[in-house]
Ligand binder design. Structure first.
Ligand code: GLC
Length: 384
C-alpha cells in the first residue's frame, strides 16, 4: 500500500476539491493506495471526505492560506503570503512524517509551495496534481512562469487534468500523465424527453466567477429567436465572488427573462436531468470542465466553449456543440439551433450520455496510482 497524503489549501466544494473527493474515494476502494488529506482551512469538504471514510487533518490556524490570492496581490503581499505558505509547509512536513507517508500530492498551486516544503522536510517525493492551466491568461505571465518552474523543480510526478493543462507545464525528466477527472458511474439518467421549442429549459452549472462566463450566457439570451421557458444558473461563490453574483442578478433582472440562481448544489445531477440544454461558456480555456461531462452523463444537449478541456471531451456535432469562447452571438446561434430542433437535441443527448462513460473515475484512479507507484518506487531504489 502506498500511503499518500493529499494536500489542499481549501475545503470549499469547488471543482478541483470535488474531483479530489471522487478520486480519493476510488483510490481507497482500489486497495493499492491508502489516501489521507491535509487541509489548511476548514470547510464543507471535511465532512464529505470523512463521510467517505477518508482521514482528514485540518491544520489552518497559524496562517490563513486563502489570504494569498492570485489576482490583485502586490509584490509585498505575494512575498509575505509565500513566506506564510513556506512556514505552514514546515509544520505540514512534521505531520506528513508523523503519518509515515510515502508521498505528498499537492492539489493546488498554494499546496504546491506548502507541499514542496513539507515533502522535503518529510523526505518523501512530491506529486503535483494540476487542476488549473498554468497559463499567462489565468495567472499572469510572471506568476505562470514561476509556478511552472516551481512545479518542475520540486515535483517528481505531475498529474494534469487534461492535455490542454499538461501543455502549460514543464515536464522534462518528470513522470507526467493526464488523468481526466472522472465522474462516478450513474445509472441511466431519469430524464424526461427533450421538450418542444417553447418549453425548453437551460442549465448552466459552475462557480459564479467572471472567467466561467455566466455573463456570456446572460448576454446571449436576449439575442435568441426562441425564448427558453427557464434558465437555471447553478453555482456558488467561494472565493470573494459575491460582487459578480450581484452583477449577474442585476443583468438578469433587466433582461426580464426567467433566469433563476440556484446557488451551490452538492449534486447538480438532478438539475442537468431536468434541463434540455446545458451550457458551458468559460471565457478563457477551461482546464478540464467536469460540468461538461456531468451534463453529458445526464443526457443533456451540451454547448461548450471551444478551448481547453471541453475540446477533448465534446466531439462537435456528434455528442455536443462547441462555440468560440466569449462570444454571445455564437452562443445564441448555437442555442437557437438546438432549441428549434428537438430531434437534434435528442440525438446529441443520447450520444453525450454514451461519451460520458469514457470519463469514469476508475480510469482516473488508475492513472494517478501509476504515477504514485513510479515516484515511490524510484524513491525506494534510491534509498538502497
Ligand atoms: C478546476 C478546473 C476545472 C476542472 C477541475 C477538476 O476546477 O477549473 O476545469 O474540471 O479543476 O480538475
Amino acid at each position: 500500500m502506498i500511503r499518500a497524503v493529499f494536500l489542499s489549501h481549501t475545503a470549499a466544494p469547488s471543482g478541483a476539491e470535488l474531483a479530489t473527493l471522487r478520486l480519493l474515494t476510488a483510490l481507497r476502494e482500489s486497495g493499492v493506495v491508502d489516501p489521507s488529506v491535509l487541509l489548511t482551512a476548514p470547510g464543507p469538504l471535511v465532512d464529505r471526505l470523512r463521510g467517505r471514510r477518508i482521514p482528514v487533518t485540518v491544520c489552518g490556524n497559524a496562517f490563513d492560506s486563502t489570504a494569498l490570492t492570485v489576482s490583485g496581490s502586490g509584490p509585498l503581499r505575494l512575498f509575505t503570503g509565500a513566506a506564510g505558505l513556506v512556514r505552514l509547509g514546515v509544520r505540514l512536513g512534521a505531520l506528513v512524517r508523523a503519518e509515515d507517508a510515502d508521498v505528498v500530492v499537492a492539489q493546488s498551486t498554494k499546496a504546491l509551495l506548502m507541499g514542496a516544503v513539507a515533502a522535503r522536510r518529510a523526505g518523501v517525493p512530491l506529486v503535483w496534481q494540476v487542476h488549473d492551466r498554468v497559463s499567462g491568461e489565468y495567472f499572469g505571465r510572471v506568476m505562470a512562469f514561476a509556478l511552472r518552474a516551481l512545479g518542475w523543480s520540486t515535483a517528481r510526478g505531475i498529474v494534469a487534468n487534461s492535455r490542454s493543462t499538461l501543455r502549460t507545464l514543464y515536464t522534462r525528466g518528470r513522470v507526467a500523465v493526464i488523468a481526466y477527472p472522472g465522474v462516478e458511474p450513474i445509472a441511466n439518467p431519469a430524464r424526461v424527453a427533450q421538450r418542444d421549442p417553447g418549453a425548453v429549459r437551460i442549465a448552466m452549472v459552475g462557480r459564479l466567477t467572471p472567467w466561467k462566463g455566466q455573463e456570456i450566457l446572460l448576454r446571449a439570451l436576449p439575442l435568441l429567436r426562441h425564448r427558453p421557458a427557464a434558465v437555471h444558473l447553478v453555482g456558488g461563490t467561494f472565493f470573494g465572488e459575491q460582487d459578480y453574483r450581484a452583477e449577474l442578478e442585476r443583468t438578469a433582472a433587466e433582461l426580464g427573462l426567467p433566469v433563476e440562481f440556484a446557488g451551490h448544489i452538492d449534486d447538480p445531477g438532478p438539475y442537468f436531468a431536468r434541463a434540455d440544454i446545458a451550457v458551458h461558456c468559460s471565457v478563457i480555456a477551461e482546464p478540464f470542465g467536469q460540468v461538461v461531462v456531468e451534463a453529458m452523463a445526464a443526457g443533456c444537449a451540451v454547448v461548450a466553449a471551444d478551448a481547453g478541456g471541453p475540446t477533448e471531451i465534446v466531439r462537435p456535432e456528434v455528442d455536443g456543440l462547441l462555440v468560440p469562447p466569449g462570444d454571445p452571438v455564437a452562443l445564441a446561434a448555437a442555442l437557437d439551433r438546438l432549441i428549434a430542433d428537438p430531434a437534434l437535441r435528442t440525438r446529441l443527448g443520447a450520444a453525450a450520455h454514451e461519451r460520458s462513460a469514457d470519463f469514469g473515475i476508475t480510469a482516473t484512479a488508475r492513472a494517478v496510482t501509476g504515477v504514485l507507484e513510479q515516484v515511490t518506487a524510484r524513491r525506494a531504489v534510491r534509498a538502497r
